[in-house]
Each structure stands twice: as C-alpha cells, then as structure tokens.
Design a protein around this ligand. Structure first.
Ligand code: PLP
Length: 372
C-alpha cells in the first residue's frame, strides 16, 4: 500500500472506529469518512457517488454484477469471453449449471474481443454481456465503448470487469456505456479485501447478501470503513499517478530484454495494453524455474495469473490467444506500478539473461535447437 493509504486508514482503527450506521458522533464520523472515499472512487471512473456500492473486492463485485442480473431471471443467455478472470468465468460456469446458456467468445492472437462477434452472439433471450475492460495476464484493453453501444442498441445489461483498468487508464463509465463496472482497491495500492461495483442509476440487481440493508439495500453487512477509506485514498492518488512513466519503464523492460535474450516474445504486443503489465514468453525455459530463480534474486513475477498460481493447468488466457501449453508455461507476467523505479528495471535486465541461459542449458529442446 502507498504510505498515504496506510496513514489515512490508521485513525479508523484508533480514533474514528465508529459503525457508519450509528447515529452517534463516532458513527457519523465514520460515515463522513466513507462518503469522502466514495467521492474519490466515483470520480476515478466518472460515476455519481450514489452509483458506487462498496463490496469485499473484485471477486464479489463480479459475482454481484453477474448473479445480480441473472438472479432476477429464471434463465436466459449470457455473452462473455474466453479470457475473463476466474471471478467472471467460474460465475458464468456456475450459472450454466443452473440452466443459463453462455456464449464464450474467442479473442484475436493479441487477446482482443471482436465487437462484431458480440453483436452476432446476441439472442432475443440475452440477459447480460460481461466482457472485461483490461486483461489481468496480458494487459489487453478491450473495445468496451463499442460493445457498450451494441449492448445499448440491443437493450441488454452490460457489465465490465474493470479491476485491472480502473486507476491504470482513464475510465469514464458513461462514455464506455457500461451498466455495471467492477473495481478492486488492492490493484491500485489500496488494501486487500475491499472493492466496488458501479451500478448505473436505474439498474436493479438481486443482492448477494441479505441482512441489514447497508449500501442503500444493495450490499448488507457492516461496512469495512478502514478498507473503504484506504480505497478512497488509493483512488485519489491513482487519479494523478504518472502512468506515462510506468509505460516508458514497461516498454524499456521489454525492449532491453528482447535485445539481450534470443527467442523471447511479448504476448499481446500488438494490442492496446494497460501500461503496467508485461507478459513475456521465454522459449525453451520453464516458467516455474524462471519464477523461482527470479524470486531468489528478489524479483517477484508470476507465470499466468497470480490468482491461479499453484495450478499446473496452462493459463486459459494464453491458451485462448493460441499459445501451446508449453508456451503458456514459459510465459512470465511482470507487473509495474508508479512505485517501480528505473533501477528496478535495470536490475531485472541484468539478472534475467543469466537465469534464462542457465535454464536453457538444462532444456533438451534448446540443445536440439542449438545443434540444428
Ligand atoms: N478481476 C480481475 C481482472 C482481476 O485481476 C482480479 C484479481 O486479480 C479480480 C477480478 C479479483 O479481484 P479481488 O482480488 O479483489 O477479489
């Protein structure tokens, strides 16, 4: 977390510890802090404050959006893509078991959904389109505004998982034409366990939780005031973060690694991407070996999505863009942020070539290639 976020949260644990639903001074102070945070989160995506519902994170926001729409129907058709985060993918799979029909759209080799495919997939019983704004593994930005127009013309609810996009690129939910938009604080240097769902005015959802009717009857449960305050501070800081500098550092990382290591490729390089994500495929080297070797040097990266680490399944995103299981396993995801320095990049460029060389020496495939 950014130090400013920690500093904003601390008084909520010590002095301003009231329950925001209470009418006494402590409660009203907590509510005022939450109201202020809501303003910053709403502003980050061009929403009204009344359209922000605080939840426990991106996973809940996605579940709330999708199940919230589906829960009002007894069945119907949903359109999504093959590269969604598991929070969307597994929710749609669960709804399939409950009788909904789901169209899983393929993507280009750079991970882009074709809005024409969305249009062609529409049916009279389509109840929801859910397509992510930016992909968490390869960083591809999807054509959300175009899909938004198609959804509006067809009068179908449109949700976008904006967990990786909000705070990284300018977002205006009105221009995007989304009805529902998911966010998560820990992707922008806020705390874990808090997020928000943008619910466009006039959109009715079936709540996931029943209880005291918090968040204007949309999300019951005593609010995580400290988390929300931290999210608000993180959103405020994200609005003025220099993401252009982050993009330059990311591009420099890719350029220098490509210059120093043969047979490496940047996945989704041709697509419009969020500035902080780089997914690099290293031929003839094994992903777990790369991750562990980099970890020993103090560099934390992942193969596939961190959310699914521990799984030996190749990433569904890399598979969807046409990579073989071996290529997917040899892919590394680097995540940068406004807190990344040029020295950090130089360090990775210094240590990675040696690691790749050592791992390739162990690879029978690489030896064969060199002999040829
Ligand atoms: N959606 C995307 C695109 C994500 O990258 C993530 C987390 O990595 C989530 C949803 C889930 O968010 P959370 O970790 O806040 O539950």
């Amino acid at each position: 977390m950014r130090p400013e976020v920690v500093a904003a949260m601390m008084p909520v644990f010590t002095e301003n510890f009231g329950n925001a639903s209470s009418i006494h001074w402590y409660g009203q102070t907590a509510k005022a802090l939450m109201d202020d945070a809501r303003k910053h989160v709403a502003k980050l995506i061009g929403a009204e404050t009344s359209e922000i519902v605080f939840v426990s994170g991106g996973t809940e926001a996605d579940n709330f959006a999708i199940r919230g729409i589906a829960g009002l129907k007894s069945g119907g058709h949903i359109i999504t893509s093959k590269i969604e985060h598991h929070a969307v993918m597994h929710t749609c799979k669960d709804l399939e078991k409950q009788g909904f029909e789901v169209t899983w759209l393929g993507v280009s080799s750079d991970g882009v959904v074709d809005p024409g495919d969305v249009k062609r997939a529409l049916r009279p019983d389509t109840v929801l389109i859910t397509i992510m704004h930016a992909n968490n593994e390869i960083g591809t930005i999807e054509p959300i505004a175009e899909i938004g127009k198609i959804a509006a013309e067809a009068d179908v609810w449109f949700h976008s998982d904006g967990v990786q996009a909000s705070g990284k690129i300018p977002v205006d939910v009105k221009k995007l034409g989304v009805d529902l938009y998911s966010m998560s604080a820990h992707k922008i240097h806020g705390p874990k366990g808090v997020g928000a769902l943008y619910v466009k005015k006039g959109t009715t959802l079936k709540p996931l939780l029943t209880g005291g009717g918090h968040e204007r009857n949309r999300r019951s449960g005593t609010e995580n005031v400290a988390g929300i305050v931290g999210f608000g501070e993180a959103a405020k800081l994200a609005a003025s973060a220099d993401m252009g500098r982050v993009r330059e550092l990311r591009d420099r990382l890719e350029r220098e690694l490509k210059a120093q290591i043969e047979s490496i490729h940047v996945n989704a390089e041709g697509a419009e991407r969020i500035p902080n994500t780089s997914n690099i495929m290293v031929d003839f080297a094994e992903g777990e070996g790369l991750v562990i070797s980099l970890d020993l040097k103090g560099v934390a990266v992942s193969t596939g999505s961190a959310c699914s680490s521990g799984s030996l399944e190749p990433s569904h995103v890399l598979t969807a863009i046409g990579k073989s299981p071996d290529e997917a396993h040899g892919s590394l995801r680097f995540s940068l942020s406004p807190m990344t320095s040029a020295e950090d990049i130089d360090y990775v460029v210094e240590v990675l070539p040696g690691i790749v060389e050592r791992l390739r020496e162990l690879s029978p495939y690489y030896k064969k290639k060199v002999k040829i």
